[in-house]
Ligand binder design. Structure first.
Ligand SMILES: Cc1ncc(COP(=O)(O)O)c(C=O)c1O
Length: 372
């Protein structure tokens, strides 16, 4: 069978993915950046009180659902936080696939950073408009594309992440906003999956930290990472919210999130908004750790966030490094093609405020050993 051949060649290239056994070492894999998922027992009482008599299934798509109370309440809460109109989506994957495919109609150009997440790539691929890509964070290249092409389209969607999921570096949001002023048909689309909960005074993301929320047309935030829940939302204008309700197929043709989960999501987001001290603590920890990793590897680290890559250079080496860390009680995932480009295979270390410096000193020792 052709699929057996594909699996065999993946195996021979050290690229065969397997669902890992459960892990219980120092966790550098999960995206529980604010440590909220680990503290779930603390919130049990509050959650139960909120969830009394709340259904565990929406039983229909949002457009057909009878009970919209929990969804409406959370959207109203998020609208007030962002000063925008928000729309809950079933996951970050649903949000990007639904929103980008809906935006990319004939007469539009979608210009995206080369390192955007697979869910954004899939959304763009499903669209019918024209597409172009610029090298990662290369604003000169983006400008050249815009100068050449923007005036031929009704709308140009510029799609980026604020904190990149594999390198932990950040998009130049100020420059993007400046370009938007120069090219008025730009719709700026920013996926804050790894920044929501982690950046900004109330944890609303890098856009909040830089005071750019109102300048960005579409913000995507996911709830399965720092928010310790599941789902996502789009924060945008009233017009685009209405447009997504009418054309984002992942919104229209999928059962809505369960009301009980919505209640949990809201509880976690409320906690997140007041975790300003923890956010500062996480950023300090990450900065110290990045400096230590740079000293060990002798190579500069682009990361400006809690996501810190340690480059291995090949899939085989990345796997060996992860195995070596595991022997020392540390769980870290090797990242290979197609998630990252060949030659840039790495360990992706994801820090959480729940980790202590002592934990991370052990991690640094283990990294040193794995590089020998
Ligand atoms: C940048 C980015 N956007 C979207 C997603 C998808 O979000 P979700 O896990 O909620 O589907 C992810 C990863 O999960 C991501 O890293």
């Amino acid at each position: 069978m052709i699929y057996e051949d594909i699996l065999t060649s993946l195996e021979s290239e050290h690229r065969l993915r397997r669902i890992p056994d459960s892990q219980n070492g120092i966790d550098l894999i999960s995206n529980d950046y604010m440590g909220l998922a680990q503290r779930r027992n603390e919130f049990d009482g509050e959650f139960r009180a909120l969830c009394y008599d709340t259904p565990n299934s929406a039983s229909a798509s949002r457009l057909l659902q009878r009970d919209q109370e929990a969804h409406g309440r959370l959207e109203t809460y998020l609208d007030a936080l962002y000063g925008k109109q928000t729309l809950l989506m079933n996951s970050g994957y649903h949000a990007n696939v639904g929103a980008l495919s809906a935006l990319s109609v004939a007469g539009t150009l979608t210009v995206s950073d080369k390192l955007i997440h697979a869910s954004m790539i899939d959304g763009i691929r499903l669209g019918h408009g024209d597409t172009a890509r610029f090298a990662h964070n290369d604003m000169d290249m983006l400008r050249k594309i815009l100068e050449r092409k923007a005036s031929s389209y009704r709308s140009v969607i510029v799609a980026v992440e604020s904190v990149y999921s594999m390198d932990g570096d950040v998009a130049p949001l100020y420059e993007l906003v400046k370009l938007k002023r120069e090219f008025p048909n730009i719709i700026l689309y920013v996926d804050e999956a790894h920044a929501f909960g982690v950046f900004g005074e109330r944890g609303l993301g890098l856009a909040e930290e830089l005071d750019l929320i109102q300048e960005i047309d579409i913000i995507i935030a996911t709830l399965g990472k720092a928010a310790a829940g599941y789902g996502a939302f789009i924060a945008t204008s009233e017009t685009l919210r209405s447009y997504f309700i009418n054309s984002a197929r992942s919104f229209i043709f999928s059962t809505a999130l369960p009301p009980s989960l919505i209640a949990w999501n809201q509880l976690m987001i409320e906690k997140l908004t007041s975790m300003t001290d923890e956010r500062r603590q996480l950023h300090e920890l990450a900065q110290w750790f990045r400096n230590e990793v740079e000293a060990i590897t002798g190579r500069g680290c682009q990361s400006r966030s809690q996501i810190i890559p340690v480059h291995a250079g090949s899939a085989e080496k990345a796997i060996a490094m992860a195995a070596s860390l595991r022997e020392n009680g540390i769980d870290a995932l090797p990242i290979r093609r197609p998630t990252v480009a060949a030659g840039t295979e790495r360990l992706r270390l994801s820090l959480s405020v729940a980790l202590t410096r002592e934990d991370l000193v052990k991690v640094l020792d283990a990294i040193r050993l794995s590089l020998l």
